[in-house]
Write a protein that binds this ligand. Structure first.
Ligand code: NDP
Length: 370
């Protein structure tokens, strides 16, 4: 028998209140076409925390599969596992796999699942952290930029135009230091786009300058702080950047909501698109009517889970493409805050790591490392 532990919750609530660590054992006799895996790394993403809080767009089913006293679910959308044994010809001991489905429940030391629930990853040249963080943040940036591209000046009714690689077109984003934001900067650079990146001021000027340099190092063309961005001077600065509107900003990425989202919308050119993919400020998006009527700006939302369901093969290509860029040294990892999880790790340590995941001004994304 394999001894295993999993974080579980049986009702929605704050992670510190509702998460518990459950021990169970896994039978050595695998069902047919199944795989037994051990975890290598699993991130703590904002969406996972929202899932525990019960505010996310999809609710995992509560089941008794791992013998919890009450039906429960294990959170965690992404991660990387090593295959320990397999009754499917598609996987062999030592392979690395990532979940093929949303809400797999990666916050656990081991798992048994049908082979169809996994995708094999070529592990050569990659670290567990790189593979564990590939399938949510980078894929979101990749999909949004590829699909919505900064198509400035599209006339009403003409629909979307694909991204013009190497066009030097501008996009603008808030939450630019998030996992998604950092990925968007890098893909933008690789694909010949230019980016304006909004970040929140750090505690000291030096720390803000250091973050600015970090994002510039990833390929950011312009980095502005939120207070510069919200100030009256922004209009002049924007005119300078866009050479008095000759180069319009064709795409806005909204990670934050609230006033920051409105300011993103105001910076866009005629016929531009604003894609909202996150709501970190927990404030609604208010849109000036004139932007809808006179500038024909399109406001859309994006949810990766839906895209993944609709295009399973496309997702695999995208993941392989991104892993290839990482291997080639063309795509950098996000800063992480490693949370060691071994057999003796206390429940409270794991719970605190999750609870802290939604706090602002973090140095890196929390990732369980096994
Ligand atoms: P990270 O954990 O990497 O980064 C969090 C970001 O949010 C940082 O830029 C942080 O800025 C900012 N932030 C935190 N609190 C606030 C606040 N109160 N007001 C403004 N900004 C804040 O996040 P991810 O990249 O993993 O995710 C970012 C967002 O994207 C989340 O809302 C997530 O749910 C969403 N997302 C959506 C997907 C989709 O399919 N729609 C897929 C992937 C992510 P600072 O450092 O200044 O605190």
């Amino acid at each position: 028998y394999t001894q295993a532990k999993a974080l579980v919750f049986s009702k929605p609530g704050e992670p510190a209140d509702v998460l518990s660590l459950h021990s169970h054992s896994i039978s050595p006799s695998l069902p047919s076409s199944s795989v037994l895996v051990r975890s290598l790394a699993a991130p703590i993403n904002p969406a996972d925390i929202n899932t525990v809080q019960g505010t996310y767009g999809a609710k995992p089913p509560f089941t008794s599969l791992i013998g919890t006293p009450e039906p429960s679910a294990t959170p965690g959308n992404e991660g990387v596992f090593e295959v320990l044994s397999s009754s499917s010809p598609d996987f062999a001991k030592g392979d690395w796999v990532i979940p093929a489905i949303s809400q797999f429940g990666t916050w656990r030391t081991h798992a048994v699942a049908e082979a169809s629930k996994f995708i094999k990853v070529e592990k050569d040249g990659l670290s567990p952290l790189q593979v564990a963080t590939v399938s949510v943040n980078p894929c979101t940036a990749y999909r949004i930029l590829r699909h919505y591209g900064p198509n400035a000046g599209v006339k009403a009714g003409l629909g979307m135009r694909p991204l013009e690689v190497g066009s030097g077109q501008w996009f603008i984003q808030n939450g630019a230091n998030s996992g998604v934001g950092r990925a968007a900067i890098q893909f933008g650079k690789l694909w010949g786009l230019r980016s304006i990146n909004v970040i929140r001021e750090r505690e000291t000027e030096e720390a803000t300058a250091a973050l600015r340099r970090e994002l510039e190092g990833l390929g950011a063309d312009v980095v502005v702080t939120e207070s510069q961005f919200m100030s009256r001077e922004w209009r002049d600065r924007l005119a300078e950047i866009t050479r008095k509107g000759r180069e319009q900003i064709g795409l806005g990425l909204n990670c934050v909501g609230g006033k920051s989202a409105t300011a993103i919308a105001r910076s866009l050119g005629d016929g531009a698109t604003m894609v909202t993919y996150g709501g970190m400020a927990k404030q609604p998006v208010a849109l000036p009517v004139g932007l809808l009527i006179f500038k024909d700006i399109r406001f859309l939302g994006f949810w990766l889970s839906k895209w993944n369901e609709k295009d399973v093969e496309g997702r695999k290509h995208m993941i392989n493409d991104i892993l290839g860029l990482i291997r080639a040294g063309k795509f950098q990892d996000v800063p992480v805050d490693e949370v060691k999880w071994d057999w003796d790790t206390e429940e409270s340590t794991l719970r605190d790591a999750v609870q802290g995941g939604l706090q602002g001004f973090r140095k890196g994304k929390g990732v369980f490392v096994f």
